[in-house]
Design a protein around this ligand. Structure first.
Ligand SMILES: Nc1ncnc2c1ncn2[C@@H]1O[C@H](COP(=O)(O)OP(=O)(O)OP(=O)(O)O)[C@@H](O)[C@H]1O
Length: 298
């Protein structure tokens, strides 16, 4: 595990912002940290960076305990703040060269690493100064900077929230590509972003982790639903099934049926055959993460 967060509580005065948070993050995964504004996401990230003292609990990054005010564990972390700042008169390559010098990167390593990163973030051909960059370009440069020294963990605070759809898609694909060389931990309140690239998701709600799992497992927490279409209309099919005790609704000429187990599914299909209903198609009803989360929160 590259990150182990163990029973972390954080209070600001009387206000408890993180409540007994426990979380582990496996290596080479993209881990989405999801929560509404004010849920406590930034607070936990600052705790991971040793920028805030914990009220109680422990955090370990790549085996190194995090201590408030100390930077030892930060040697394993690349961090992209929500609004990254740069020297505006440098271009991307010059800026990364400066960062490489400041961080004592070996001279022979600098040029190939910077070339590789500029390619990764799609800024190889940009010669203009950073002050002319769009928000998305600045975020991409921020990712390159954060990855410069090959950290074991890349932490990104809401990297997509201020971007248009094209900018968001670019950042998401860069983060996905970055997982081959690091572990990506990113916070977002945009559930569809997490859905697109995350292997695992944790959801923080009022300071508490309300679930933490693989996305597929999360989908399964909600009752299974299947979509059936028939050679006849959905209304007619439903009228033939009125006497049965299934939870059935109609959406776009299809029946949505709740079938929680394999045996229930087989039994339902037998009932269809008994009633001469010919299935045209059947598939699992995949809900957007947003809807799944709302159902879990109910
Ligand atoms: N230094 C502080 N002193 C007092 N309260 C704070 C401090 N920092 C954060 N908080 C409070 O902690 C709560 C969580 O804030 P945090 O910034 O961690 O949320 P977030 O999930 O990152 O939300 P956002 O998406 O809006 O940044 C908020 O109610 C905030 O007001």
């Amino acid at each position: 595990m590259v990150v182990s967060i163990n029973q972390v509580t954080k209070r600001f005065g009387a206000k408890e912002v993180l409540k007994n948070v426990t979380l582990t993050i496996p290596e080479h995964s993209v881990f989405g940290f999801v929560g509404a504004n004010g849920a406590g996401k930034t607070t936990l990230m600052k705790c991971m960076l040793g920028l805030l003292p914990l009220t109680s609990g422990t955090i370990t990054i790549a085996g190194q305990p995090v201590a408030f005010g100390q930077t030892k564990s930060n040697t394993h972390i690349g961090y992209l703040p929500d609004v990254p700042e740069f020297y505006p008169y440098y271009n991307a390559r010059e800026y990364l060269q400066l960062c490489a010098v400041i961080t004592n990167m070996q001279k022979s390593e600098r040029a190939p690493r910077i070339k590789e990163l500029l390619e990764l973030v799609g800024l190889s051909h940009t010669k203009s100064p950073i002050r002319t960059y769009s928000r998305g370009m600045k975020q991409r440069l921020g990712i390159a900077q954060a990855l410069l020294n090959r950290p074991k963990l890349l932490i990104c605070d809401e990297p997509t929230s201020a971007l248009d759809p094209v900018g968001r898609a670019q950042i998401l694909s860069i983060l996905q590509a970055a997982k081959s060389e690091t572990t990506v931990f990113f916070s977002t309140h945009i559930l569809s972003d997490a859905e697109q690239i995350c292997d695992r998701v944790a959801m923080l709600h009022e300071g508490t982790i309300i679930f933490e799992d693989e996305l597929a497992a999360l989908q399964e927490q909600v009752d299974h639903q299947f979509v059936f279409t028939f050679t006849t209309t959905a209304e007619h099919a439903l009228s033939q099934l009125n006497d049965l005790e299934y939870h059935i609704s109609i959406e776009e000429n299809a029946l949505i049926v709740q079938l929680s187990s394999e045996s229930e599914r087989m039994q339902f299909i037998r009932q269809l055959t008994d009633r001469n209903l010919v299935i045209q198609s059947m598939h699992a009803h995949k809900k957007p993460l947003e809807q799944v989360v709302l159902e879990v929160l109910k």
